[in-house]
Write a protein that binds this ligand. Structure first.
Ligand code: 1HN
Length: 346
């Protein structure tokens, strides 16, 4: 005969045997829709920049620390240094004449430049000059270091798939073995850009490859802006979007990371998607409602859009850089999207 004490003994036995009964945990495992721990959140440039300047004054960039990076730590993630559950987002800064040493790692990264000049990121020997609005890729396991040869401070947004690679227990890291702490200064800069122009604009046909990073490592703001202009002229939509793609295959720039720019000119329709995103305000001011929370923003602000939170924007004219994990969800057949009928913005 069953009794309460038999049941209690069963649960104690299960716990002692490192077993858990599914029937007690179904509701937290199989939620009707995603319940990200990360919350909608905004990090204002007006808070981040003075702290970054103090860090430039007080903390040198050298072997060991390697990078002067302020990680967006979403308050919903219990102190973990991630902007959303699957994405690292950060403000990185480099003072005049500083060099951040070379290393490589399995997580892939993107840089989106906010301000500064005279800086390049060397990616496997190719020095990629960086200016505001440019997107630079550092694909998995490619050596990279950052050089500020100029007299001004440089600020950029760093995005990495680190939480994804960590969840897969696939993190490997290596410092540059030398000689020196960084790759020898390349005499020729922007090699991937030059090669891209020669190879992809002559009409030649190439094979599609899957799960490869783009071999174009830098995307110039002037071209992004021109594409947005072209689309904006052809549409009345409040939100115009361009996604950065591998020119060879049309795939996302990195196997795990999707990058886009959204140009907002009016009030966009509320949309929600499975998958996380981090937004970086590049130009203009406005406001967004993310999962019911309203955020006013201006250039340099960064905000987290956790999975399945409805997001809508309003602005007279703004460009938002968007980093997402969408390629991962797409590759796994998990991408879902819904246009929400009732918006929150007036
Ligand atoms: C990294 O290598 C960089 O190379 C920036 O600039 C941020 C965050 C976590 C792990 C590696 C960089 C990073 C990072």
């Amino acid at each position: 005969m069953n009794s309460d004490s038999d049941l209690a003994a069963l649960y104690a036995g299960l716990e002692a045997a490192d077993l858990q009964p599914l029937w007690t945990i179904t509701d937290e495992l199989l939620t009707p829709e995603p319940r990200p721990a990360a919350v909608p959140w905004l990090w204002p440039a007006s808070t981040m920049k003075p702290l970054a300047r103090e860090a430039i004054r007080l903390v040198p960039v050298e072997r060991g620390g390697e990078r002067r990076v302020l990680a967006l730590a979403n308050p919903g993630l219990g102190g973990r240094p991630y902007a959303v559950g699957t994405l690292w987002g950060a403000l990185q800064c480099l003072g005049p004449r500083e060099v951040a040493p070379a290393h490589r790692h399995t997580p892939s990264a993107i840089r989106f430049v906010l301000e500064g000049a005279g800086v390049w990121t060397t990616v496997d020997g190719d020095a990629c000059d960086m200016g505001p609005g440019d997107l630079v890729l550092t694909p998995s396991m490619q050596w990279h270091d950052h050089t500020n040869a100029g007299d001004s401070e440089m600020f950029w947004f760093d995005g990495l798939d680190l939480p994804i690679v960590q969840a897969l227990d696939g993190v490997f890291f290596e410092p540059w073995p030398g000689p020196g702490s960084s790759q020898s200064p390349a005499t020729e800069h922007n090699r991937s850009e030059t090669r891209y122009r020669a190879r992809y604009t002559d009409g030649s046909v190439t094979d599609a490859l899957s799960a490869q990073p783009s071999d174009l490592l830098i995307y110039r703001w002037a071209e992004t802006d021109a594409q947005l202009e072209r689309l904006a002229r052809a549409s009345d939509d409040a939100l115009i979007a361009v996604e950065y793609t591998d020119p060879r295959t049309g795939a996302s720039v990195l196997p795990t990371l999707g990058c886009a720019v959204h140009r907002v000119r009016g009030r966009s329709a509320p949309v929600r998607r499975a998958g996380n995103a981090v937004y970086v305000v590049f130009r203009g001011a406005g406001e967004s409602v993310v999962g019911g929370r309203r955020f006013a923003w201006e250039p340099g602000d960064m905000f987290a859009v956790p999975s399945w939170a409805a997001v809508e924007h309003a602005s007279d004219g703004a460009d938002l850089f968007v980093l997402s994990d969408e390629p991962v969800l797409r590759a796994l057949g998990l991408n879902r999207r819904q246009i929400v009928v009732e918006g929150a913005l007036p």
